[in-house]
Design a protein around this ligand. Sequence first.
Ligand code: SF4
Ligand code: ZN
Ligand code: ZN
Length: 306
Amino acid sequence: MRRCLKCSAKSVVYLPQHRLALCKEHYLEWYLKRVEDTIKEFRMFDRTNRVLVAVSGGKDSLSLWDALLSLGYKMDGLYINLGIGHYSELSRKVCEEFAKSKKAVLHTVELEKDMASIPSLKEMEKRPVCSLCGQIKRYYLNRYARELGYEVIATGHNLDDETATLFSNTLSWQLEYLKRQYPVLSEGNGFVRKVKPLFKMSEKENALYAFLRGINFVEEECPFAEGASSVEYKRLLSQIEEKSPGTKLRFYTEFIRRVHPILKQEGGVPIGACSVCGEPTTSDVCSVCRLKARLSLGSSSSSPSS
Ligand code: SF4
Ligand code: ZN
Ligand code: ZN
């Protein structure tokens, strides 16, 4: 049995990539400090900013919300009900209970009321459901954060998510996507600033934080997750990580330190406002409004409920 490196008590975890064994108290302290240091290192936000955290009911987003509240940041939540049957119902309940226990504000967007549920859209569209779902979530997050007056959107993307995306974008040399892969995306052109304060924390580290803090999160995966290519990339990268601890963190941090600055010099594609809804887009009408038009719902919209 390893002993905590800070106090010699019985450890609850050994983090091989950091060669660190910690007890419960010192793990929670280490986790919060690492999140706080990341926020400061990348100048994500400060305690005067109004921040909206995107919550799904999973361990990552609820750990993020909990950690940021514990660190004293002003932080409300936004839950997008994707209408994925039992999974969405459970996620919604867990987010509402969490918000209530923290006396925090939770805004909810009902996708089915505004356009259609993800399962219905999946039937209509040919492309992979996760790419469609990701695009829709980004759209609603940005739109409601701006309309509700938030300056920053924080998401619970972890190291496993970020390295799987980096790996996928590198395999196909998606330069436009690689340019946008950074822990902070600046505000401007209709975009609210987006930040990923947990990008250095692994899935396991977030799960342990949630467990030790007694957070009730949804363990069930979205039924559409299994077929996603990102799941396979995560599996592959975890095999490498097991043999060589620290690989994921090095892969990602060296990308943002050495490669991203070069890609950034090229500049991005020009952004305008959607002629229907006003959200930022690279074409005349944004992809969500085009989807709505196909659903024959026009551009009618609803406001999030709190
Ligand atoms: Fe959406 Fe895919 Fe995530 Fe399910 S797994 S919530 S469909 S992105
Ligand atoms: Zn200790
Ligand atoms: Zn639009």
